[in-house]
Design a protein around this ligand. Structure first.
Ligand SMILES: *Cc1c(COP(=O)(O)O)cnc(C)c1O
Length: 341
């Protein structure tokens, strides 16, 4: 039994999901003739109370499209120093949109409206890049699966309105935030101009992210997607997985969160662990004690067929997911409790 806790992207489609995919009605989505893609886009747009939704192969392409929609070359996007768009999209912000990132030193991947105000370059000061966009990540990945406080987001929205800035949400794990905080997607749809939501993380689909947004800002989204090479044909097979996941895998995210909390509780008891970042959703980031041999720790994990992610600087990451079963959970907690490193 391999216990893979590196990421929630390692899941396999379930039997029910595969059946839904196999029986999907499809068409050429480049002509917008795929009924299943159209249904998924309409459903997600409706969940957020937003005008337009567009299916993308990856979260990276959806975020990159959003950055392009909101900016012109030379502009600047304000985001947290841990942001995925800054660290993990291959430098796409500069490659695709010719923009730079102004990094905020936030708390667990979140920041305040005041920090945004201070980071905006005065538009008439032509020496500095023009601030065009604020980007928020919810949950914050490198922050340790942190959920944003909606009241702070609303304050940031006010700042964006005052300064004529766009507001984008990288919602790769937004479903986790909604379930954890029992919030309504429509409230977020009212505040953000664009939101990307991932199907291939917590929801367990093989691929896909949907970008939702207001009609005005999304007008060029399909053109940008085409330019980035994301115009696909019979994508209904993938969209069917998304529709199935919304019906069957959304509410169960709460189980992943409970398991993550239980792992946190055991880790905090271990002598070899220096600290565990507060767990709010399905991500657990922890740090080993300085006198703990990291290689030995990882070897022990490996010899028990447990896969974890190294984040550098002695930090390790675990992510619970659909394929992390109760039996795996029980075994993993036992192994942790018996650790001798
Ligand atoms: C995974 C992830 C993405 C995009 O992921 P893809 O692998 O391109 O689908 C974007 N933002 C965050 C925070 C992520 O965790």
């Amino acid at each position: 039994m391999i216990i893979d806790l590196r990421s929630d992207t390692v899941t396999q489609p379930t039997k029910g999901m595969l059946e839904a995919m196999m029986s999907a009605k499809t068409g050429d989505d480049v002509y917008k003739e795929d009924p299943t893609v159209n249904a998924l886009e309409a459903r997600i747009a409706d969940m957020f109370g937003m005008d337009t939704a567009l299916f993308f192969p990856t979260g990276t392409m959806a975020n990159q499209t959003a950055l392009k929609l909101h900016t012109n070359p030379g502009d600047q996007v304000i985001c947290d120093s841990n942001a995925h768009i800054y660290h993990y999209e291959g430098g796409g912000a500069s490659f695709n949109s010719g923009i730079s990132c102004k990094l905020l030193q936030g708390q667990g991947g979140t920041f305040t409206a005041q920090q945004v105000v201070e980071a905006i370059n005065p538009p008439d000061f032509y020496h500095s890049p023009l601030t065009a966009l604020v980007e928020i990540e919810n949950t914050a990945n490198r922050g340790g699966g942190t959920c944003w406080d909606f009241a702070e987001i609303k304050k940031i929205k006010t700042v964006c309105d005052q300064h004529n800035l766009g507001l984008h949400l990288d919602g790769a794990r937004f479903w986790n935030a909604l379930v954890a905080k029992k919030e309504d997607a429509k409230a977020y749809g009212k505040v953000f101009d664009t939101i990307s939501v991932c199907l291939s993380k917590g929801l367990g689909c093989p691929a896909g992210t949907v970008l939702v947004g207001t009609e005005t800002i999304m007008k060029n989204a399909i053109r940008i997607r085409k330019i980035l090479g994301g115009g696909m044909r019979q994508t209904g097979y993938l969209a069917a997985a998304g529709l199935y996941a919304l019906d069957h895998h959304l509410d169960r995210l709460a189980e992943d969160h409970i398991k993550a909390k239980e792992i946190e509780a055991v880790l905090t008891q271990l002598e070899c662990v220096k600290q565990v970042q507060k767990v709010e959703t399905n991500i657990i980031i922890f740090e080993l004690n300085q006198n703990t041999d990291e290689t030995h720790f990882l070897k022990t994990m490996a010899s028990n067929h447990i896969r974890v992610s190294g984040m550098g600087n002695g930090k390790l990451r675990l992510v619970t997911h659909l394929d992390y079963t109760d039996a795996m959970h029980e075994r993993f907690l036992e192994i942790l409790k018996q650790l001798d490193v």
